[in-house]
Ligand binder design. Structure first.
Ligand code: GLN
Length: 473
């Protein structure tokens, strides 16, 4: 189905740098023909799907856009890739990203930045870190793509490229074979042209995986379906508008598209309610303590001995070899995260940074639980004892995905690392709480732009979030 058209686009939009490696053309076309003839079946039969290059595939390299893994090919497929293939999906290629998923503009890549055209010969950011996946879907180089979202890396690129980006609840999709950035936050996410397409892929990928210790077991999945997903049968939804997201630096165009989305939902019969998430202000800082801390520990294994390219010259298992390998192999942003993480975990700093950030994380989770009508299915005892009941809270939250419109490459050149971190202010709270969240492109006629509007649901309410996404779309 349109495989030929995707392949043509991959050639004509090569300048965007969306892919690091492409699947072999004849094999892709043959697989697509098999699907057309009906000899391959499944919900994704014949669909070309781009895969972020931090998700392991046995037939193409998995570089994480890092110099240190530039020649690495995994001996196995990640669980999500096996599931895609079983459903008839075709891996189109591996998409470019910020090295190891660290960044918000897909410019920190060993293979060069990903960009999108602005229409006037200038270039714009595609967002990050799953920017290659977003650019590939937005320009028709594949039907849909997988990304990973640790603190917004699927939602932000979707918002900046005008497509749909869905981050499921933490633990629903297997992380086995997904290269870890920050384990407690990492989720596989989906980039597509519509919520319906995302749902189709989500249904294929969601499931318990015994090889991933954080995969939600069947009992939790059963508890989720007890409360989630039945909203539409019960009449109008209660839509929450978090006051803390109305920040002074919010772009006026983003603000007006937020308001028009809320008016539209109201016109459909749903009701709008103000909610308060007081810890939102601390969430970003907590994220940028926790994520680098986990990263510094995860990246310790790239030492030139067990994984990755080894520096020329020094030999033997000495610190000289390690530091030469890591010094040459990692890019600047990754080094910055390792330093940050190693510092906040150090004996002198851990109490003031890491421990505090973990406390903030609990408060962020509590804010959300207070706001939602449904109880959190992770609070097993309360639910199983029948203690948990629905309250006067809201069904979902609706807010912008990013505070500004898509920045130009020129804008980025004027930014420091902290400015880039600030882009994630609206996406990290849902990540800290593990909640499902989707970014939907909303057209703003007066600005000739698409703005990403985010829908966040209670843990496990992934289907509701996808359904509301398709109402807004
Ligand atoms: N921009 C955030 C970071 O750099 C989010 C990254 C992600 O979700 N992978 O950490």
């Amino acid at each position: 189905r349109d495989a030929q058209a995707c392949i043509a686009k991959q050639a004509s939009r090569k300048n965007l740098n969306a892919f690091i490696s492409l699947a072999e053309k004849t094999a892709v076309l043959k697989a697509a023909e098999d699907a057309d003839r009906g000899s391959v079946q499944g919900p994704l039969a014949g669909r070309l799907i781009g895969v972020k290059d931090n998700i392991s595939t046995s037939d193409l390299p998995t570089t994480c856009a890092s110099g240190i893994l530039q020649k690495y090919t995994s001996p196995y497929d990640a669980t999500v890739i096996s599931k895609l293939r079983q459903a008839g999906g075709i891996v189109a290629g591996k998409t470019n990203l910020d090295e190891f998923g660290m960044g918000s503009h897909s410019k920190h890549s060993f293979f060069g930045p990903v960009v999108q055209e602005n229409g006037d010969n200038t270039m714009r950011s595609v967002g990050g870190s799953s920017g290659g996946s977003a650019a590939a879907v937005a320009t028709g180089q594949c039907w849909a793509a997988l990304g990973t979202d640790t603190g917004g890396s699927v939602r932000l690129p979707a918002a900046y490229t005008g497509i749909v980006g869905f981050k499921p609840s933490y633990g629903l999709l297997s992380r086995w074979g997904v290269v870890a950035y920050a384990n407690s936050l990492d989720t596989v996410g989906i980039l597509s042209q519509s919520s319906v397409d995302s749902k189709q892929i989500f249904d294929v990928l969601s499931g318990y995986d015994p090889r991933d210790p954080t995969s939600l077991p069947k009992s939790t999945r059963a508890r989720i379906s007890k409360f989630a997903g039945k909203r539409f049968q019960r009449g109008p939804l209660r839509i929450g508008v978090p006051a803390e997201y109305n920040i002074t630096t919010l772009s006026p165009t983003v603000h007006s598209s937020w308001i028009s989305t809320l008016s539209y939902l109201q016109a459909q019969g749903h009701t709008i309610h103000h909610v308060f998430l007081p810890t939102t202000k601390q969430a970003l800082s907590a994220y940028y303590v926790l994520a680098p801390a986990e990263a510094s520990s995860n990246l310790a294994k790239y030492d030139g001995v067990r994984f990755g390219t080894r520096a020329e010259g020094p030999d033997g298992a000495t610190s000289v070899l390690f530091s030469a390998t890591r010094g040459q192999g990692f890019g600047d942003e990754v080094k910055r995260r390792i330093l940050l993480g190693a510092y906040t975990l150090s004996a002198d700093a851990i109490d003031n940074y890491f421990i505090q950030a973990q406390k903030v994380r609990r408060l962020v989770q509590r804010d959300f639980d207070k706001a939602f009508r449904s109880p959190n299915p992770l609070h097993e005892e309360e639910i199983d004892s029948g203690e948990a009941t629905e309250n006067e809270g809201v069904d979902v939250l609706v807010c912008p995905t990013a505070p500004t419109l898509t920045p130009t490459i020129e804008d980025l050149d004027a930014q420091n690392p902290l400015d880039a971190y600030k882009n994630d202010v609206f996406t990290v709270p849902a990540s800290l709480a593990g909640l499902p969240a989707i970014s939907i492109p909303v057209t703003v006629p007066e600005a000739n732009e698409k703005v990403g509007i985010q829908v966040i649901g209670q843990f496990g309410h992934d289907e509701l979030v996808l359904d509301i996404g398709s109402i807004i779309e």
